[in-house]
Design a protein around this ligand. Sequence first.
Ligand code: 5FU
Length: 281
Amino acid sequence: RSGEMSYGARAALSSTHPIAKRMFTLMEEKHTNLCVSADVTHTQELLELAETLGPLICVMKTHVDILQDFSMDAINKLKELSDKHNFLIFEDRKFADIGNTVKHQYEGGVYRISSWSHIINAHSVSGPGVVTGLKAVGQSLGHGCLLIAQMSSQGALTTEQYTHTTVKMADSHPDFVFGFISGSKVSTKPEHVHMTPGVQLQSGEICSVFNLVFNPRCFVPRRFLGDELGQQYTTPEQVIRLKGSDIIIVGRGILSASDRRKEAEKYRKAGWEAYLSRVSL
Ligand code: 5FU
């Protein structure tokens, strides 16, 4: 069964998309299934994250439209760091329009996402045209796309039927769609990658008195961050071992720690150990 196959074995399947192959291979090499969600508002901080966390992650997920000082120069530096530390870049743009519009949004505008992001994602709500449009731009560049099959937020409208239809949509485009954003394993195909957001370690995460005084980022106890706007969290262990997903996506769990590298290492270790216990079931 696909959940019990190693990342390496899945990389070796002939039907695995080149991006998924590269991802599974580097995950196996670096012993990591951690994707950091670099939700910061300045490029310097983004580049610092890439430099310090690069060795610990398989993917860096960005939201470039929240950067206050976006520049192609910063993006070029990010690309260099992705080569240096061997991680993939995933712009979490969530394309959701008709094919012709997403084509322009992916290729052009201020961000020119197709020129630098290895991975993008799309909602399936508008129908298969969204994939055809994105594929027209990204396929020849060797990029890949994830479809959003489920969302982590409370009250998400991604019903079972919606998820099922999304998986079928992915099955019709194996040359571009290589996996899903989902809370659990939604496809039985071992070549498909599942990436899951809404992840935090539960224990020991409450700010110490020291942090409350000296680290303003840590002023709000973690359990209140996110909850009030509908985000819902599960642990790396639950996501990887019990839900059968492949990659944990972690934002504030790491970003709000006083020592981000140390915290990222905790997540890397938790995610990797959960994976090892799954494949040795
Ligand atoms: F598709 C999704 C989803 O269903 N939930 C998410 O949280 C994407 N996300 C993104 O993952 C969201 O936009 C953030 O960038 C990130 C989660 O960040 P957190 O700080 O770990 O909650």
